[in-house]
Design a protein around this ligand. Structure first.
Ligand code: PLP
Length: 388
């Protein structure tokens, strides 16, 4: 007999791993909790745009009434492919100076759908151990064999490619540019060099945490380092720094056509509402000129990393996502409560989201945070750390 649902829930609670849906009361940068404002350091609103009144007003005032629809009422393959889709995809392709862009309902749709569509039993997927759950689910739906290589371990990856290149029609190396939980980065020059050694190797790069944040126009780490043309599947999402919803892949024109014909989470879902796409296009056009916000975010991130990286063992953030690794879940919960008491809304991240023994607080900084906010945060962490 399998365990009852209630005993499974009890077991989760006992380990401090029971999840609940928190009630939110957001006010700009702050969340109200028990009548007190707390600085929200747990959202992915990296540029601080999600509650920007001026942007919202400007969007509504310039909105074309043809785009003011709150539902598309069918799949893009039927009657859901409104002209705003084409405008957004053309703009993305133009910004990336790429052949094509294809927009999806979410990053989850993109990552769970692209790999199953482009692989078969003669493909091999090599994925970083720490890729996002949506990629893991895409791998699960694919008919390809998959090997997960140790996080950012390029010796192992290169060995796996060398051993297997002759055995498979295609090899897909799948990773993220900035990793969700550790805030570290993949080594793009090394990945691109590997790709150029093997004609049947494809690079799949998830830039969910870098889109809006990195690169001169905020297009991500591939833009920042000059590798846009070398990535076969460059995935970005609109739900984080872009303060919207949806995702996209930058790819060849042929690949776009192939995905339109084969990718189930594109074909069998209702298209995004036109008003949402119009907001995304509006924001994308703003983001590419937000260098000052990106620079401020980079500066405050460097300060928080300087305080926290020495406490985190071998987990070394290089971005605006900065973990505070505490070990067991109970300890992460206790420190989260202390920091909440100090006015910082931080949540413990526990297994299975992160490996056992590495429960942590995930600090995700926001370009709206002031230098004074950052000073207070660092002081509070130092105080709590010295009392642990
Ligand atoms: C958030 C995230 C996704 C999922 O994107 P959604 O648009 O929220 O579904 C995919 N990949 C990574 C790395 C993410 O952090």
């Amino acid at each position: 007999m399998t365990d009852s649902y209630s005993s499974q829930l009890d077991a989760l609670a006992q380990k401090g791993n029971l999840r609940k849906l928190p009630e939110m009361n957001p006010q700009g940068l702050y969340l109200m909790r028990g009548g007190r404002p707390m600085l929200n350091l747990s959202s992915n609103d990296y540029l601080g745009l999600a509650d920007n009144e001026a942007l919202k007003q400007e969007f509504l005032q310039t909105l074309d009434s043809r785009d003011c629809r709150f539902s598309s009422t069918s799949s893009r393959l039927l009657t859901g492919n409104y002209p705003i889709y084409t405008r957004l995809e053309n703009r993305l392709a133009q910004l990336y100076e790429a052949e094509s862009a294809l927009v999806f309902n979410s990053g989850y749709h993109a990552n769970s759908g692209i790999l199953p569509a482009v692989t078969d039993s003669r493909s091999l997927i090599l994925a970083d151990k720490l890729v996002h759950a949506s990629i893991v689910d895409g791998i699960g739906l694919s008919k390809a064999r998959c090997i997960r290589y140790r996080h950012n371990n390029y010796e192992q990856l290169e060995r796996l490619v060398a051993e297997n290149a002759g055995e498979y029609d295609r090899i897909f190396v799948v990773t993220e540019s900035i990793f969700s939980m550790d805030g570290d980065e993949s080594d793009l020059p090394r990945l691109v060099a590997l790709k150029h050694q093997y004609p049947n190797l494809y690079l799949y790069l998830d830039e969910a945490h870098a889109f809006g944040v990195r690169g001169r126009q905020g297009l991500g780490c591939a833009e920042e380092q000059g590798f846009i043309d070398d990535i076969d599947f460059l995935v970005g999402t609109f739900g984080k720094a872009a303060a919207s919803m949806g995702a996209f892949v930058i790819c060849s024109g042929e690949m776009k056509q192939y995905l339109v014909n084969t990718m189930r989470p594109l074909i069998f879902t209702t298209a995004l509402p036109p008003i949402n796409l119009a907001w995304t296009l509006f924001i994308v056009n703003k983001i590419c000129n937000m260098q000052a916000r990106r620079e401020h975010l980079a500066r405050i991130s460097a300060r928080v990393r300087e305080a926290l990286n020495p406490l985190n063992g071998n987990i070394l953030s290089s971005s605006h996502i900065i973990p505070y690794v505490l070990g067991e879940s109970e300890r992460a919960m206790a420190v989260a409560l202390k920091l909440q008491h100090e006015g910082f809304y931080l949540l413990p991240v526990r297994p299975p989201t992160v490996p056992p023994g590495t429960s942590r607080l995930r600090i995700s900084l926001n370009a709206e945070c002031s230098d004074a906010d950052i000073n207070r945060l660092i002081d509070s962490i130092k105080k709590i750390q010295s009392a642990l």
